[in-house]
Design a protein around this ligand. Structure first.
Ligand SMILES: Cc1cc2nc3c(=O)[nH]c(=O)nc-3n(C[C@H](O)[C@H](O)[C@H](O)COP(=O)(O)O)c2cc1C
Length: 177
């Protein structure tokens, strides 16, 4: 029987959605059956054997839909392998990656019952011209980390696909034989 995986994501401006799609495609190439859905469209996890959950960080917090997903589906999520990713860093500097890792760790600590088989951070994308309220206002504040920041895209597609491929083995070893 094929392992059926749900890739559930939250995204404000589409960059996390594109990463989720690349992960879903890579899992399909690795012989998984995969559904790709925004978190809001996920009603039940009954038909899945494993889950990938992805969401961006905003103002040091993981997207609220990721919190809701973990709360709503707690019972099922404790019975299956779960892999997690977050988008965030906009500067390729070691210090920023460390900070973002700490942000995600802090968010996941709010759900101590979850034991992800993997929890990864990928670089984010920023297009200042496309920001909507309140992000466009936040970007104008001199104290904001994205103040005057030019457009950037730190998503490393090779790393994203490699991570998705590595999930095949992690899911298999976490599932009952
Ligand atoms: C207003 C704003 C605040 C942000 N705050 C953070 C943050 O606290 N930590 C972080 O790692 N990334 C932060 N980011 C970067 C986003 O996580 C990144 O742009 C991501 O790719 C957005 O994903 P989306 O296009 O799926 O919404 C912020 C971006 C904006 C526009």
């Amino acid at each position: 029987m094929k392992t059926r995986v749900l890739v559930a994501y939250a995204s404000r401006y589409g960059s996390t959605q594109e990463v989720a799609r690349a992960i879903a495609d890579t899992l399909r190439e690795n012989s998984f059956e995969v559904d790709l859905k925004p978190i809001q469209d996920v009603k039940s996890l009954e038909e899945y054997t494993a889950v990938v959950l992805g969401a961006p960080l905003y103002m040091v917090h993981w997207h609220k839909d990721a919190h809701k997903f973990l709360s709503w589906h707690r019972e099922n999520l404790t019975k299956m392998p779960v892999a997690i990713f977050a988008l965030g860093p906009l500067n390729d500097e070691e210090e920023e990656w460390k900070e973002v890792r700490a942000q995600l760790d802090k968010e996941l600590a709010k759900f101590p019952w979850i034991r992800p088989v993997a929890a990864e951070i990928f670089g984010g994308k920023l297009d200042p011209e496309k920001l909507r309220f309140p992000d466009n206002l936040i970007s104008r504040l001199p104290a904001s980390p994205i103040h005057n920041k030019p457009a950037s895209d730190l998503r490393d597609w090779a790393a994203i696909r490699a991570w998705a491929s590595s999930l095949a083995a992690r899911f298999q070893s976490a599932l009952p034989q």
